[in-house]
Design a binder for this molecule. Structure first.
Ligand SMILES: *Cc1c(COP(=O)(O)O)cnc(C)c1O
Length: 443
């Protein structure tokens, strides 16, 4: 048996919680994680996110805080995080700014909407935004009616064409009809390259601002295996905990050279897009920044700028394509017929299995995934007809294309026979494989 990490202080104060930590650590070690939005942060990132910086209040921004005591470490660390964020995506500090304070991807998106859009039923006419439909691969915060994004703001939604590729013609038509203030591109369950240039052209033609939400693919862009949105966008939001392999958190990039009068402005004074975003994050949406997370973001950005990280993201895509091709050989239909990135969406209808059942059986066999709606899904989201698979976490463990082919086989075998006996047999094999590929810092 392996030795688990120790939590000596926690063990003393709260053994009940310490026990859960050990159990979770075991789970993360012995199960194979194919959830596309998850990853294993490095021990350095985890150390940073547990640092003494959690003790500090620092509302405001470097050099302009409401609390004394930020000069020693809090300001320099936040400035480092900003600089590293800009450098990672080769951005010029005069043209772009980076806000590293949003607690999560959803907050980052809300800050952008709050900064730019007049709400629904606004007396001076609401603004319209375009976003991708959730059930076609978009995110909740891109205007889904249950999310505050769709409740408070007028979003029109675009989807996929008959080849299950983003329907750029529909985006164009919606832009023509609605004259949106903002077009949001980016997705949570889309396996193809996003044509940011095409989006940029549409936005320019119709006078809209363009925001790319690269929460899922930020690491791939940083590592050079997906085209960059920055030449075509005004705003880019990202999480830091998915392919970027950092702590939970988010970054908003915004241009400094675009001047705008904010919605609900009293004096009609124009400000730079970046200024508007900063004000929307604080004091608009959040109070004190999570300084220990800012610190961990700085660390993950340093890690992401290394040749090792570039090699890592290349492997993610290689693994993803190997897994997709193997699954296709076993008769699974992949949405859009393949993948260019770290994830894929499986259509399980040929096996007459719901996403709910498939993800449960896989979990009992040690493979962790999530059920996912497929385009035009006949089943309700609670059941769904698909599962989403991603390779970032398995690739962090050092697994390669050989292992991906093995997982494709196991997934196929589980769809054929989900008897408890077969699930247990495969679980034993998955555990044996996981033991050979410990996540970083788990030895
Ligand atoms: C994950 C994700 C987010 C939100 O991230 P949270 O940190 O979970 O709030 C936003 N947009 C997209 C496209 C995502 O995939």
């Amino acid at each position: 048996m392996r030795r688990t990490l120790k939590y000596p202080n926690l063990q003393k104060t709260d053994p009940e919680i310490a026990a859960f930590n050990r159990l979770e650590e075991e789970r993360q070690f012995w199960y194979a994680d194919f959830i596309a939005s998850e990853n294993y942060a490095s021990p350095a990132v985890r150390e940073a996110s547990a640092s003494v910086n959690t003790n500090k209040y620092s509302e405001g921004y470097p050099g302009a805080r409401y609390y004394k005591g930020s000069d020693i470490a809090i300001d320099p660390v936040e400035i480092l995080a900003q600089k590293r964020a800009l450098a990672l995506f080769a951005l010029d500090e005069d043209t772009w700014g980076a806000n590293v304070q949003p607690a999560s991807g959803s907050e980052a998106n809300f800050a952008v909407y709050g900064a730019l859009l007049k709400q629904k039923n606004h007396p001076e006419n609401e603004d319209v935004a375009l976003g991708m439909r959730l059930d076609f691969g978009g995110h909740l915060t891109h205007g889904f009616h249950v999310s505050f994004s769709g409740k408070f703001f007028h979003f029109e939604q675009y989807g996929l064409d008959e080849n299950e590729i983003i329907d750029y013609d529909q985006v164009e038509k919606l832009a023509e009809t609605w004259k949106p203030k903002l077009i949001v591109c980016g997705a949570s369950a889309y396996s193809r390259i996003i044509d940011f240039e095409r989006f940029g052209g549409i936005a320019k033609k119709h006078g809209a601002l363009l925001m790319a939400d690269i929460a899922h693919i930020a690491g791939l862009i940083a590592g050079g295996v997906h085209p960059s949105p920055f030449p075509h966008c005004d705003i880019v939001t990202t999480t830091t905990h998915k392919t970027l392999r950092g702590p939970r958190g988010a970054i908003i990039f915004a241009r400094k050279d675009i001047l705008l009068v904010p919605p609900n402005s009293k004096d009609n004074k124009a400000k730079s897009l970046f200024q508007l975003i900063n004000q929307a994050v604080f004091p608009g949406l959040q109070g004190g920044p999570h300084n220990q997370q800012t610190e961990a973001i700085a660390v993950c950005l340093k890690e992401a700028s290394t040749p090792e990280f570039r090699a890592y993201v290349k492997c993610i895509v290689k693994n993803s394509q190997a897994l997709a091709q193997s699954l296709q050989k076993y008769g699974f239909r992949i949405i859009s017929a393949g993948t260019d990135n770290h994830l894929m969406l499986l259509d399980l209808r040929a096996f007459d299995v719901t996403g709910e059942d498939a993800s449960e059986w896989l979990y009992r066999a040690g493979i962790v995934t999530n059920k996912n709606a497929i385009p035009n899904d006949p089943r309700p989201p609670r059941l769904a007809s698909g599962i989403r698979l991603g390779t970032p976490a398995a690739t962090t463990r050092g697994m390669g294309t050989r292992e991906m082919k093995q997982f494709a086989r196991w997934i196929y075998e589980i769809m054929q026979d989900h008897s408890e006996q077969n699930l247990q047999k495969i679980k034993g094999q998955v555990r044996a494989l996981c033991q050979k590929f410990p996540p970083p810092g788990f030895n």
